[in-house]
Write a protein that binds this ligand. Structure first.
Ligand code: GTP
Ligand code: SPV
Ligand code: MN
Length: 601
């Protein structure tokens, strides 16, 4: 490596989100001097570049060819079996003080962390190519759009980023020449994909992310959870907007009246499926369109909340996806798609648990081993994923590129709860809705490593993604209210309540339209509801269940508020707030008192 700028690491801009006078070139040279790659490759996002990278990836077994007749322009990637999900225990928020990261984040001191990472990155790209990916998050003409650069030594990352973001020249143009322009620095290196040397570190004050030792999903596609949520939420608070783990959908009545809804569900709890919902026959003429399936950036304008989807593609859960559960997703992933950790059939097609039709008699599982329907192991990893451009989605909303965003009528919080939480209810007001979001809980899933099925509090589905003190985050949500004159109504949903037989009581998927319809009715102040201690609950006849084959008893169970379960729930709210060590805003503590009082009335 010749003619490179001297290494300056950590960057000089500590304490300021701007990359103080450090140009992108300086920074790239600095990382190159440290990591010593064989080549530097500036990505432009062109088709030619994509073809080249795919050809190289096939040669190096980073990608596996698929049957181009069955899934045109699509490929399979198998990750290291030790590297199949986000690693929350190795994810750090490195603010100058521990207090800024708050009680829900792993914190490590920025100076020490830079030194440690610098040590790990030293010579780490020897013999490899270092890719520099310029990208933007958000539509090209949006005031909310952010510029990021990701350096990576993984072709798989480049191929994913090309689908997930608007990549290449567009970002360089947007950045312009202003040395004070705001842009995000992301550094990623696979190292030797060793879980003991796997760290996902965020430096919000420096607008910097450094991720090492993983090659999977949210750990390495730095645009997504790292920039759009962790760094994004930090910037959002500072700049007065919201960065949320939310899908955005449009819902249009047969008369042509349209609403937009944003919904926060934790990982693998139904965002992509809800965002692509196809209404059942009974709702003929109703149309649901997708703006985003995972992340919403929202700003207040003229007293209303407007949302954009910063992403350009979907990194979605594969297992369970079928023409029955999600036809729009199936169509989206039928071409031009990158599959990660699904099974490969003998005719080079992809397969996973829950796909339509019979399982293949033989396949190669996600680890590369022989598999038959008698095998004990799953053929596709439970967190296997597709990466597909949003343009593939037949239900893509026509305003997805609108820089000003779409106006949000309702915000929904939802988790995976076998018990306690009814199918749907509405918060009394904004503050009550913030309480509802702050206390939501969900059973853990395969999207992150660790136990699955354990109920944990996951405020606003942001527990793993809030890049600063959660108490300040709650306060930020409360404060937004003061700027809203036409505020979205706030709701809770739970598709996952189970009966005594252990089966889901609610059919879910397309039938969720019935719940969505009630939510829209409530926004238009036409839907009926009963006042309950936890909020406005639909009465038995307020939900349109016509032509749905469901037992009345199931409906009653779905909508039931069991006082014993709720006493336990409210106790857990207190335990959760207590566990945060005094950062919870007074208003939310009062909300809890009021909830307790309503149960005593
Ligand atoms: P991330 O991409 O991790 O953020 O996940 P997500 O929130 O987008 O979840 P997704 O829509 O991919 O669904 C995750 C799992 O939940 C899949 O296995 C789905 O089949 C299942 N699921 C989604 N919607 C429903 C529903 O309405 N009812 C039931 N029972 N399962 C659902
Ligand atoms: C999630 O876990 O919420 C995801 C998948 O959307 S990942 O990008 O791996 O974080
Ligand atoms: Mn997600």
């Amino acid at each position: 490596m010749k003619n490179l700028a001297p290494a300056i690491f950590p960057p000089s801009g500590i304490g300021d989100a701007k990359p103080a006078n450090q140009t992108v070139l300086d920074w790239v040279n600095e990382i190159a001097t440290l990591a010593e790659p064989e080549n530097i490759f500036w990505c432009d996002g062109s088709d030619r570049e994509n073809e080249f990278l795919i050809a190289e990836s096939l040669k190096q077994n980073v990608l596996i060819n698929l049957n181009q007749k069955k899934v045109p322009n699509s490929h399979l990637h198998r990750s290291d079996p030790n590297d199949v999900a986000r690693v929350e225990q190795f994810t750090f928020v490195c603010t100058p003080t521990k207090e800024e990261a708050g009680p829900t984040n792993n914190w490590s001191e920025p100076g020490e962390t830079y030194t440690k990472l610098r040590g790990l990155l030293k010579g780490a790209m020897g013999g490899r190519t270092m890719f520099v990916i310029p990208y933007i998050m958000g539509p090209p003409d949006s005031p909310l759009t952010k510029v990021g650069f990701e350096i990576t030594d993984s072709k798989y990352v480049v191929l994913n980023m090309r689908i997930m973001t608007r990549m290449g020249e567009i970002a360089v143009k947007r950045l312009g020449n202003d040395p004070n322009a705001e842009w995000n620095r992301g550094v990623h290196s696979l190292l030797d994909v060793n879980p003991e040397r796997r760290f996902i570190c965020h430096f919000p004050q420096d607008n910097t992310i450094i991720s090492v030792g993983s090659g999977y999903g949210g750990n390495v596609l730095l645009s997504k959870k790292c920039l759009a949520l962790r760094i994004g939420s930090y910037l959002a608070r500072k700049q007065g907007w919201l960065a949320e783990h939310m899908l955005i959908l449009g819902v249009e009545s047969p008369e042509g009246k349209k609403h937009y809804v944003a919904a926060a569900f934790p990982s693998a709890c139904g965002k992509t499926n809800f965002a692509m919902l196809i209404p059942p026959e009974h709702f003929k003429g109703w149309k649901v369109t997708t703006v985003g399936d995972d992340i919403a950036w929202m700003q207040v304008r003229d007293g209303r909340l407007y949302a954009i989807n910063p992403e350009n593609g979907y990194f979605g859960v594969v297992p369970g996806t079928s023409y029955k559960s999600n036809p729009n997703a199936m169509r989206s992933i039928s071409h031009d798609t990158l599959y990660t950790n699904v099974a490969l059939t003998d005719d080079d097609d992809v397969w996973w648990e829950g796909k339509d039709g019979d399982p293949p008699a033989h396949a190669i599982d996600w680890r590369g081993n022989d598999w038959t329907p008698n095998s004990k192991e799953k053929a596709a990893h439970p967190n296997s994923r597709f990466t597909t451009p949003m343009l593939n989605n037949p239900a893509l909303d026509s305003d997805v590129e609108k820089g000003g965003g779409v106006p949000i009528s309702a915000i929904i919080f939802g988790g995976r709860r076998s018990d306690t939480v009814p199918l749907v209810f509405q918060a009394f007001d904004w503050t009550n809705g913030v309480y509802l979001g702050a206390t939501m809980a969900s059973e853990t899933t395969a999207a992150a490593t660790g136990a699955v099925g354990k109920v944990r509090r996951d405020p606003m589905a942001m527990l793993p993604f809030c890049g600063y003190n959660i108490g300040d985050y709650f306060q930020h949500w409360l404060d937004i209210r003061n700027r809203l004159t036409n505020s979205p109504r706030i709701f809770s949903v739970n598709w996952f309540r189970k009966g005594v037989d252990g089966k889901f009581l609610w059919p879910g998927f397309g039938e969720n339209m019935r719940v969505l319809k009630w939510i829209i009715d409530r926004c238009e102040e036409s839907g009926g509801a009963l006042k309950s201690p936890i909020g406005w609950l639909p009465g038995p006849h307020d939900l349109d269940l016509a032509e749905l084959d469901i037992d009345h008893k199931c409906v009653a169970e779905l909508l039931c508020i069991d006082h014993e379960e709720w006493q336990k729930e409210i106790t857990e709210h207190k335990q959760f707030f207590d566990s945060l060590g005094g950062v919870v805003p007074e208003e939310l503590l009062e909300q809890r008192e009021e909830l307790v009082a309503r149960f005593k009335q």
